[in-house]
Design a binder for this molecule. Structure first.
Ligand code: NJP
Length: 263
């Protein structure tokens, strides 16, 4: 797939991975509509894209609200003259033990991480199908595949999203609309600071990948028409180990993340 001239909607584009995707895909000739709640931050990213010679329109949106998403998608289709690609990237973290998790936090994580992408894809699919094809990218998480201690609520929201988008991929097989799932590990963004629940410990950042790296891997993977995308080889390896020797992978994850946020 060639990005040049593609009409792209990116959610969660006001910072982090979404911002990096916006700059990367605009640099490849993509024409963008950017969505997130904070209008000023979103407009700043759109300006950055335009300053570099790209095209971007900011549309403040809460993906947890179906009406807000429908309005955004209608505006996007009008502004761009159609939609070719949806990047479901908006998301929120939740760090808490399953026993102590606040149900309201879990409800919010499900609203943003599971229902948000569903609202977006349901609103965008008619445009993709009408023109006979397109691409849906879902920025999921390694935590959607692996059991990471004290991320149960977040992990559940991402597990459910993976199930939803894999089923959608199967339903759309042979109809021209591709579904690509991306499974990042730790990325150096404000994600942890913005997370619901008990908060993340202040860890060294050395082992994290940058949002720019994630954007580059995603852009190239879409060009190569890949379906399931890991950012690092070690991420893919960990998932393989988890399938072949789940006990061993559990021990690695408990060793790395098993300390209670409340201890
Ligand atoms: O996070 P952050 P990332 N409606 O907090 C937006 C996944 N991931 O870039 O609404 C609309 O810097 C928010 O904008 P605003 C993660 O699950 C990450 O790292 O203005 N937009 C902002 O633009 C997520 O799916 C890591 O506050 C909403 C963006 O979402 C994706 O990567 C690891 C919204 C969040 O930016 C991007 O996360 C991993 C709403 N209701 C998966 N709520 C990681 N960073 O380590 C939030 O495995 N946003």
């Amino acid at each position: 797939m060639d990005w040049n001239g593609r009409r792209i909607v990116i959610t969660g584009a006001s910072r982090g991975i979404g911002r990096s995707l916006a700059l990367n895909l605009a640099g490849r000739g993509g024409r963008l509509v950017l969505a997130a709640r904070s209008g000023a931050d979103l407009e700043a990213v759109a300006r950055e894209v335009r300053t570099r010679g790209g095209e971007a329109v900011a549309v403040p949106t809460d993906v947890a609200e179906e009406g807000s998403v429908r309005d955004m998608v209608r505006t996007a289709a009008l502004a761009l003259g159609g939609i070719d690609v949806l990047v479901n990237n908006a998301g929120v973290g939740l760090r808490a033990g399953v026993q102590d998790m606040n149900p309201a936090d879990f409800t919010r994580a499900l609203a943003v991480n599971l229902l948000g992408p569903l609202h977006c894809v349901q609103a965008v699919l008619p445009y993709l199908r009408q023109q006979g094809g397109g691409l849906v990218i879902s920025i999921s998480s390694l935590a959607g595949i692996l059991p990471v201690p004290f991320l149960g609520g977040y992990s559940a929201s991402k597990h459910a999203g993976i199930a939803l988008f894999r089923c959608l991929r199967a339903e759309l097989a042979g109809r021209g609309v591709r579904v690509m799932l991306v499974y990042p590990g730790s990325v150096d963004t404000d994600f942890r600071r913005n997370a619901l629940g008990d908060g993340y410990p202040d860890r060294a950042r050395a082992s994290r990948v940058s949002p720019e790296q994630v954007a580059e891997v995603v852009a190239r993977a879409a060009e190569a028409e890949r379906q399931d995308v890991f950012i690092r080889r070690s991420d893919r390896l960990l998932v393989m180990v988890a399938r072949l020797a789940p006990g061993l992978a559990d021990r690695v994850l408990i060793g790395r993340y098993g300390k209670s946020p409340r201890s």
